[in-house]
Design a protein around this ligand. Structure first.
Ligand code: ADP
Ligand code: MG
Length: 462
């Protein structure tokens, strides 16, 4: 605790940290908590899971005098992250009288309207914040602390217009703190625009290679699901087993997240995993907020071991016990990859990132491994049983689309042949010539999300 004390934190916070079993501050905390407490604007970059929430929570908890006006606004890209950050601040502020409220869409606005007049700190997604501002149910005139968590995402095309409108309504006299694990030069201009003499604190390396092992398998597209099931079974993750009284219980408590690029693939994979007896649930932006929250709670409580998700779950979520991250579809950018795999190996624990590549992922994979900080090694394909991926009646449209697009998730002979020929390539950094034959843009075929920026509606379509 002595090291935390030296950062200038109040007794009230130190007491909470001690009870939570925190032993010593992380590097980003050592470097930036004193600056944050001194009221400096900060642009902070450090690895996923390195404790950035405590950094921006510290001055809010220690320097804000509660008066039931909204004095701190923290914006996050997803509803789940807003809820989590609000919860963390409430915990860190347990010894202070601070009212913290999460506001986001997909749930009733009325109860938020009733609570805002008693609130000191708001953690919110941009869309619902704007709704409140338009209805004049939220006033930001008294904001003294402004935080953009996952700032690079908040400055993305999909969010930026909303964020800009919100920031315009905050007083100029304020402390602004911007944080992410992936702060790149392309957000320099906007970061400077919204801060004053900000101090840039950057702790190198997105990924701690000693804690996080990253591997990839190169497999024919139609064998992806079979390989996934084989690997999950081998790790005995989320399997049901029958206990002595004859009821189904889960076998092991390690948690797994499987990322897919589209809502359809998420549903498809989650449904099919259920069918083969793997305790899985889906989470994506197309589900009701109620369902999203319930599923995430079940995952937190280990009632569900396997969460199949879109990038809606890639940013910021801190779920204890997540040991393995699978990329069933590879994301198109290294930045997204880093956030996905950052759901494991958090706060000093260990984890594994497993990438299941097929022909249509090659181009994305090339983009990802161009980032020199990532070290992903190829793993030999094991011998595994073929399992047919079943596409349910409601998703026949999907199968039709896939056939039309030549995407053989459901089985397309000619494509299988082509993919078979392309298998076994070795991936090298910055050498595109070997992949000239990779079909371009084929990822768009798997439905839903388009990669062209500016094509998103409000926020990003996860
Ligand atoms: P980030 O925002 O950098 O991804 P979080 O703020 O979500 O990371 O913190 C990740 C996890 O680590 C949380 O469960 C948090 O309570 C815990 N944590 C933060 N700081 C420390 C610390 N100094 N020691 C131990 N655990 C910590
Ligand atoms: Mg965070």
């Amino acid at each position: 605790m002595e090291k935390f004390k030296q950062l200038g934190l109040s007794y009230e916070i130190l007491n909470v940290l001690e009870n939570a079993g925190f032993k010593e501050p992380s590097e980003i905390q050592v470097k930036s908590i004193p600056l944050a407490l001194a009221g400096k604007d900060i642009i902070g970059g450090s690895a996923t899971g390195s404790g950035k929430t405590l950094v921006f929570a510290s001055p809010i908890i220690d320097n804000l005098i509660p008066n039931k006006n909204v004095q701190a606004l923290i914006l996050t890209p997803t509803r789940e992250l807003a809820e989590q950050v609000a919860d963390s601040i409430r915990k860190f502020a347990r010894n202070k009288k601070l009212k913290v409220l999460a506001i986001y869409g997909g749930i009733s606005i009325e109860s938020q309207i009733r609570k805002i007049p008693y609130t000191d700190v708001i953690v919110a997604t941009p869309g619902r914040t704007l709704d409140h501002l338009k209805r004049r149910t939220l006033n930001l005139n008294q904001v003294k602390f402004l935080v953009l968590d996952e700032v690079d995402r908040m400055f993305d095309m999909g969010f930026y217009r909303d964020v800009e409108m919100i920031l315009k309504q905050c007083p100029k006299e304020r402390q602004t703190m911007l944080f992410s694990a992936t702060i790149s030069p392309d957000i320099d201009y906007l970061s400077k625009k919204y801060t004053r003499n900000a101090i840039e604190v950057s702790v190198n390396s997105y990924v701690d290679h000693s804690k996080l092992k990253q591997i990839y398998y190169d497999v024919e597209s139609h064998m992806k699901f079979s390989l996934l099931v084989h690997l999950l079974n081998k790790a005995k993750t989320g399997n049901f087993c029958i206990n002595s009284s004859g009821s189904q219980i889960k076998e092991k408590n390690n948690l797994v997240m499987i990322f897919c690029s589209t809502r359809r693939n998420v549903d498809l994979v989650a449904d099919n995993l259920q069918k083969v007896g793997i305790n899985s649930k889906a989470i994506h932006g197309g589900l009701s907020q109620n369902k999203r929250s319930r599923t995430l709670d079940e995952f937190h409580n280990e009632e569900v071991n396997v969460l199949v998700c879109t990038d809606v779950a890639a940013r910021g979520l801190d779920i204890k016990g997540v040991s393995d991250i699978y990329n069933y579809d590879l994301p198109s950018e290294a930045k997204d990859y880093i956030h996905r795999i950052g759901r494991t190996a958090r706060a000093g624990s260990e984890g594994k990132a497993i990438n299941i590549l097929s022909n249509r992922d090659y181009e994305n994979f090339e983009n990802i491994i161009r980032d020199k900080c990532l070290n992903i090694t190829q793993e030999e394909l094991p011998v595994f049983e073929t399992i047919r991926l079943e596409i349910d009646a409601p998703r026949n449209r999907f199968r039709d689309n896939q056939r039309r697009n030549g995407n053989n998730q459901g089985g397309n002979r000619s494509n299988q042949r082509r993919e078979g020929n392309n298998r076994g390539r070795s991936f090298g950094r910055g050498n595109n010539s070997r992949f000239r034959n990779t079909p371009r843009g084929i990822n768009n075929n798997s439905g839903g999300r388009s990669h062209s920026r500016g094509n998103f509606g409000r926020g990003r379509r996860y």
